[in-house]
Write a protein that binds this ligand. Structure first.
Ligand SMILES: Cc1ncc(COP(=O)(O)O)c(C=O)c1O
Length: 396
């Protein structure tokens, strides 16, 4: 029985114009967009076409395609509401973080503030800076009492008050994920960005778990750089990434990866003038996986048929639908009021592996991280799928 269902805030989106990205696959309920998403069929087709054109034409394919990174950057710029000169096509989040960390003019005694449970892409690049005498300070984890299991505490969230207290004259950077990959806690980027603006600190955001699922506008929020992966909420190919850098921040970064593609002189390869491009192309240092850029561009275009506000509201509505149906005796959700994201994490009473295996047998696809089962629907998922997912989970 469905009782007290939350009212859909976007009835048009839900009933009329919800995209049917995967029309032939009605049996699978895929709710793992925080992991490796299904590649959008349009994107897959664009990649195949590009590759078969290469098979047929070699370099002559570019008479047809031109420079595919130009439209890619334009689409990414639309997504982030910025200029395309601030965008770079990379292969993953870590690549962006490494280029920033290793190219930043850190001095002995500088400090970086991050959070103790960050994903490795937003941790190890900062750890490397210890070689230069840079201190990495990690914000403590907090968690509601029901998620403290004996001495062990589940990954949860950090406090902005604590972050503010940690800031000193040595702080150069704050490096946080927009959304925590374990608990699904979404940082208040506007608040932290404002803090950084006031204190003259650079704010670096790992947006792998948010880009494509919720609004993220770095210029508006005062963010210096954003790095994200393309195969999660953007539903693009594995091995794609996006880097945003503000013009002022970009100027500070020395190139640590160099090749044929980042100099002003372009294809005048025997001209070895040291003249790195000033815009985001300076991070696309050499030949890129172009078929993947075409694919990610196509995937972003599909999402951009809606606003990110609409996408996010729809995701939250689907989560609310699940929450209204799921047994609280069997599943304990970690819920954040103001800090919700595309990931709704919960701990099951039964073993996680048992739940995931049994869900999979019924074609319900979910993933696990940090002791949580992560429920991560995207806006194209239907109410029917969510209701079926709740039924399946309640029956395990
Ligand atoms: C917060 C976060 N950042 C980054 C990544 C992926 O990093 P990379 O693109 O370097 O593989 C993940 C993957 O799960 C993630 O959850």
């Amino acid at each position: 029985m469905i009782e007290n269902l939350p009212k859909p805030p976007f009835p048009d989106l839900m009933l009329l114009s919800k995209p049917t990205f995967f029309p032939d696959d009605k049996d699978k309920i895929f709710l793992a967009h925080c992991s490796v998403s299904r590649l959008l069929p349009d994107a897959s087709e664009a990649i195949c076409r590009f590759n078969s054109d290469q098979a047929e034409f070699g370099f002559e394919m570019f008479y047809k395609y031109g420079n595919v990174l130009t439209p890619f950057r334009n689409t990414a710029a639309e997504l982030l509401k910025t200029g395309s000169q601030n965008l770079s096509f990379l292969t993953n989040t870590s690549e962006g973080m490494n280029m920033i960390a290793n190219g930043y003019p850190f001095q002995n005694g500088d400090s970086i503030i991050s959070y103790i449970h960050e994903y490795p892409s937003n941790h190890y690049p900062w750890v490397l800076q210890k070689q230069k005498g840079v201190k990495l300070e990690l914000l403590e984890n907090h968690t509601p009492p029901e998620f403290s299991l004996g001495a062990e505490t589940m990954p949860g969230f950090f406090l902005v008050d604590e972050l503010e207290k940690r800031i000193s004259k040595n702080t150069r950077m704050i490096c946080l994920s927009h959304v925590q990959f374990t608990s699904g806690f979404a940082a208040d980027l506007k608040q932290i960005g404002e803090l950084c603006r006031q204190k003259g600190i650079d704010f670096i955001v790992d947006a792998a778990q948010s880009l494509g699922s919720m609004p993220l506008y770095p210029e508006e929020y005062g963010i210096s750089a954003v790095a994200a992966s393309g195969w999660k909420w953007l539903m693009g190919p594995i091995g794609t990434g996006i880097l945003y850098t503000s013009p002022e921040f970009r100027e500070k970064i020395q190139n640590t990866m160099v090749g044929a593609d980042l100099m002003e002189q372009g294809q005048d390869y025997l001209n070895h003038n040291w003249a790195p491009l000033a815009d985001g192309r300076r991070f696309e240092y050499s030949t890129r996986p172009l078929s993947h850029a075409v694919g990610l561009d196509r995937a972003m275009q599909s999402i951009l048929k809606f606003t990110l506000e609409e996408v996010f509201q729809e995701i939250l509505r689907l989560q609310d639908l699940l929450l209204s149906q799921i047994s609280r005796e069997l599943y304990l959700p970690m819920q954040f009021n103001e800090n919700r994201s595309g990931i709704l994490s919960f701990i099951p009473v039964k073993e996680i592996s048992y739940v995931l295996e049994n869900a999979k047998k019924k074609n319900l696809i979910l993933t696990e991280r940090g002791g949580f089962i992560r429920f991560a629907p995207h806006f194209y998922n239907t109410d029917d799928e969510i209701l079926q997912a709740a039924d399946i989970l309640n029956s395990i």
